[in-house]
Design a protein. Structure first.
Length: 82
């Protein structure tokens, strides 16, 4: 399973006294951050560097989880286990 790399948000600086606007901003920043953690988006392929020789092959298919990537040696392509 891939690691999720989500940068922590910059939280707004709190005012000296209670402010509804500040609380709303803080809640919004935290909501967006937790949404990122809960729903990771697709990874950019331009920054992905794989050594295909270290990936499992179709011979390991029985031991892989659904969604794991493996290399089909017959066609030399990457596939995802259903």
């Amino acid at each position: 399973m891939a690691q999720i790399d989500v940068t922590p948000p910059n939280l707004p600086v709190a005012p000296a006294e209670y402010s509804q606007r500040y609380q709303d901003q803080l809640n919004n920043v935290l909501r967006l951050y937790f949404n990122q953690l809960s729903n990771p988006s697709s990874m950019g392929g331009s920054a992905l560097n794989l050594n295909t020789n270290t990936l499992p092959t179709q011979a390991n298919l029985a031991n892989l989880r659904s969604g794991d990537v493996y290399r089909d040696t017959a066609t030399n392509t990457l596939k995802i286990k259903p």
